[in-house]
Write a protein that binds this ligand. Structure first.
Ligand code: NAD
Length: 257
């Protein structure tokens, strides 16, 4: 088992990437702290892990709130004795996030609070716990849009993910000598609720698919596999990367017909 005796905290683990990763990490031997604001979904992830014989606990935590973020780390240490892996995965893509002219300030602020400040809070409270455990791995979910301009405007989301990527690089350097690795996971477009709700017509979905060389959306489970590599000791010399899992989207100039 690739995460035997590790304790992992995953934000936004009630759905999508976070849920798929929680199930996989538990299967690979980790005790998992499932955190989310969607309590029923988070508790379902825990129930599914336990039904499969794994260890998990649910904690309600809004990552945009400092007190919630501090508490989710406390729950990890109190329940399982330590924290080895922190997956700052929770994020939103708001339906009213558009171009710079039309996007409301409130949408910008909400997106930044969850997608960017949430990662900061996770690190603020998670890094001391990783130090107490003698080191560990932090995975911050960015996106391919941190690297390439998106065809569909989503100004706040794109800016927030660029921030996650830049912050990840600095964290990786600052903590490199402490046995704490920090990597940004950059998924391409996935068939999760987050994107399918945003690309809410067939025309919008087709417009995005045109840019993906593999010609399909990715699956949450494919991102979970990448997170597993970054979480495990197999990636022991990997830090500060923008780890792209994107079906070739960032490599393409023109996609095949
Ligand atoms: P999802 O909507 O399926 O799941 C996100 C989870 O985060 C949900 O369970 C939701 O309740 C939770 N959440 C939302 N706000 C929260 C908050 N304030 N505090 C705690 N939890 C909160 O989304 P997903 O597709 O699994 O996305 C996960 C991450 O991957 C996000 O950061 C997203 O930006 C990123 N991402 C997704 C795609 C994609 O195409 N789906 C592509 C690149 C990056």
């Amino acid at each position: 088992m690739r995460l035997k005796d590790k304790v992992a905290l995953i934000t936004g683990a009630g759905n999508g990437i976070g849920r798929a990763t929680a199930l996989l990490f538990a299967k690979e031997g980790a005790a998992v702290v499932v955190s989310d604001v969607a309590d029923a979904a988070g508790e379902q992830t825990v129930a599914d892990i336990q039904a499969a014989g794994g260890q998990a606990v649910y904690v309600h935590a809004d990552v945009s709130k400092a007190t919630d973020s501090e508490r989710m780390v406390q729950v990890a240490e109190q329940t399982f004795g330590k924290l080895n892996v922190l997956f700052n995965n929770a994020g939103i893509m708001h339906g009213d996030d558009d171009n710079a002219m039309t996007t409301e300030e409130a949408i910008w602020d909400l997106t930044m609070a969850i997608n960017l400040k949430g990662v900061f809070f996770g690190c603020k409270y998670g890094i001391p716990a990783l130090r107490r455990a003698g080191g560990g791995s932090i995975i911050n979910t960015a996106s391919f849009v941190a690297i390439l301009g998106a065809a569909t405007p989503q100004i706040a989301y794109t800016a927030s993910k660029g921030g996650v990527l830049a912050m990840t690089r600095e964290l990786a350097i600052i903590h490199a000598r402490e046995n704490i690795r920090v990597n940004a996971l950059c998924p391409g477009p996935l068939r999760t609720e987050l994107l399918m709700n945003f690309l809410n017509t067939d025309a919008k979905k087709q417009r995005r698919l045109v840019h993906i060389p593999m010609g399909r959306f990715g699956e949450a489970a494919e991102i979970a596999n990448a997170a597993l590599f970054l979480a495990s000791d197999e990636s022991s010399f990997v830090t500060g990367t923008d780890f792209l899992v994107d079906g070739g989207i960032t490599a393409a100039y023109v996609t095949p017909e």
